[in-house]
Write a protein that binds this ligand. Structure first.
Ligand code: ADP
Ligand code: MG
Length: 586
């Protein structure tokens, strides 16, 4: 029993836990038969803790923590006022780290699972949004550990959704869109399937858009009709208004009208059309994010094989209509929308536990092959799943002046950073000493029909070859290791991309900074004081961003420096070509 692995959807508003039983993913219910646990935690002054519906019953009377997911792995300056400087949530009973609060929710679902399965549960797969960065994923993992769980995998929610919809049946290279509208957040992702493994190609959304906003809008609309100012209400009354709005919203997903009732205040009839009127702005924001995800992924709407909708708010008919319009395709809502993620997590858990079988692949390269390039990046020469025999090559150059040889590190794996991939071999290629960027070394990878990889490196100037045979490691790796590598590449896609973007921006910065300094020395006095200080400012920003390892800031700063030095660069070129010379300044 103890090697059972459960799948957990640790949601912003609701959480759930599932497991694969006799080949079917099922969700486990609590003693009241409820499969969804509100992600709400109450802390008593004497150390007692209540979670879920029991915690929510105290809302309004006492402080109850909700939506803690949006605080996971965040700094206090990122979440205006919701965290103390130590990154804790302050409630009446004390201060708690977001992961400590999430741990209480996880303890609750762990207990639910143990009761239903009648045994100890230790291992779990926990889902997180695709956009969660390293720190947020680490915090989620820590929450699991605090709850006494061994987190065997952190899984992306859209990947879980796709697993739950069984989209792997669509076959090789299928592309799908996953639309997830929950209680507090909205995510849309484009996924591509490769040998039964989903890759999140692009993700967009709004971390402040979900069912809670619709409840607010509806309550506000009714309040205005009744001449009530929601902002003036006591907390307890506000909770009641929002609760009633939520009930009415749910009814309106099925019926054309519903009555909003506030005892001692009044009643208002709300039509579905009224509600849809309030949704206009929200729908436009959703549409914008969908278009952004499509654009980022480079996938055309016509190329999508499926559009699936998850998250409880996907049940709202007008949301579904808008999704259909944007993607030009009937969305699939056949899985219980607020249970799909947990079901997908359960399937992933089943795969890891060996209760769900996987397809074996043959005579293709199971993992990508490439070499390490500048900045410690992986440069893929033969992508994963290429049919063998095959060959591919690329030209490389020297990074430093007077360099006489180049180290070729042959790598296998799916990660963006060389260090995260497996090294199959290393060798040196000599070439004629040349200025930086002048030497030319061609590297070619060949895999024969037996799966033997040989790597050939040639100095173009002399035509001298180095050939190294790597052996059969290229295609002969265990299925489990391949699965691990591929799923890690999916899981770390975001961080990896981030690392690559950083390294690339840093390479550019390393090139730009000395060039700018040199140019300033040579032609700086030809610039206006304003231009000069702008360049120096952009330069300092670049240096700072490199030190702080801030990817977005670095990218922006490098671009600004590039722009700020345009005129300077032109002056240098003019000077070099001799077209410019005058004693006057410009
Ligand atoms: P999360 O992933 O954010 O934890 P869920 O996917 O569980 O959230 O969705 C919860 C949201 O779904 C709530 O805002 C709830 O009001 C909304 N919801 C659930 N059922 C319906 C329905 N029938 N009609 C409209 N909204 C619904
Ligand atoms: Mg969710």
């Amino acid at each position: 029993m103890s090697d059972v692995i459960v799948g957990i959807d640790l949601g912003t508003t609701q959480s759930a836990v599932g497991v694969v039983e006799s080949g079917f993913p099922i969700l486990l219910a609590d003693e009241e038969g409820e499969r969804l646990v509100p992600s709400a935690v109450w802390f008593g002054r004497d150390g007692e803790v209540e979670v879920g519906r029991r915690a929510l019953r105290r809302a309004g009377v006492d402080e109850v923590v909700t939506s803690v997911k949006s605080l996971m792995g965040r700094r206090s300056d990122e979440v205006d006022g919701r965290l103390t400087v130590e990154g804790k949530v302050k409630v009446g009973a004390g201060e708690f780290l977001p992961e400590e609060i999430s741990a209480e929710i996880l303890k609750e679902v762990k207990m639910m699972a143990e009761e239903r399965l009648d045994g100890e549960v230790v291992k779990a797969v926990i889902t997180v949004p695709a956009y969660f960065h390293d720190g947020q994923r680490a915090a989620t993992k820590r929450a699991g550990e605090l709850a006494g769980l061994e987190v065997v995998r952190i899984l992306s929610e859209p990947t879980a959704a796709a697993l739950s919809y069984g989209l792997e049946r669509l076959g090789e290279e299928a592309r799908v869109a996953v639309f997830d509208l929950g209680g507090g957040t909205f995510d849309v992702s484009i996924l591509e399937m490769r040998e039964g493994v989903f890759e999140v190609v692009a993700t967009a959304g709004d971390t402040n858009l979900g069912g809670d906003d619709f409840d607010e809008a509806l309550a506000g609309w009714v309040a205005e009709k009744l001449g009530v100012d929601l902002g003036e209400l006591e907390v307890l009354d506000r909770v009641k208004w929002l609760g009633e709005a939520r009930r009415v919203k749910h009814v309106l997903s099925e019926e054309d009208e519903a009555v909003f009732r506030m005892p001692f205040v009044g009643e208002v009839e709300v039509g579905r059309e009224d509600f849809e009127g309030m949704m206009g702005g929200f729908l436009d924001r959703m549409e914008g994010a969908c278009r952004r995800a499509l654009l980022d992924s480079g996938v055309e709407v016509e190329d999508l094989q499926a559009v699936v909708m998850v998250g409880g708010s996907s049940r709202i008919p007008v949301v579904k209509e808008r999704v259909k319009r944007v993607f030009g395709k009937e969305p699939d809502l056949s899985q219980h929308p607020d249970e799909a993620i947990a079901r997908g997590a359960a399937i992933q858990a089943g795969i890891l536990a060996g209760t769900v079988r996987e397809v074996v692949l043959l005579d293709v390269t199971p993992l990508s092959l490439g070499i390490e390039t500048m900045g410690g990046l992986m440069n893929v020469l033969i992508p994963r799943n290429t049919t063998i025999p095959c060959k591919a090559g690329e030209m490389f150059t020297n990074a430093a002046d007077g360099q006489r040889s180049m180290r070729v590190r042959v790598l296998q794996g799916e990660r963006e950073l060389a260090a995260d991939n497996w090294e199959l071999g290393v060798f040196e290629v000599d070439f004629v000493s040349a200025r930086r960027g002048q030497a030319r070394v061609g590297v070619e990878f060949r895999i024969d029909a037996d799966g033997i990889l040989s790597v050939l490196a040639r100095d173009v100037a002399t035509g001298e070859d180095v050939v190294v045979e790597i052996g059969s490691a290229a295609v002969d790796v265990g299925e489990a290791k391949v699965e691990q590598m591929v799923s890690e590449s999916v899981e770390f896609a975001f961080e990896d991309m981030n690392a690559r973007v950083f390294e690339e921006a840093k390479l550019k910065a390393d090139e730009l900074l000395p060039a700018v300094d040199e140019a300033l020395g040579v032609a700086g006095e030809l610039l206006s004081g304003e231009e000069r200080s702008e360049i120096v400012k952009a330069r300092d920003e670049v240096v700072e961003a490199v030190e702080q390892r801030e990817t977005a800031a670095l990218k922006g700063a490098v671009e600004r420096l590039d722009q700020a030095t345009e005129h300077l660069a032109a002056l240098i070129v003019e000077r070099a070509t001799g077209a410019f010379f005058s004693g006057s300044d410009d």
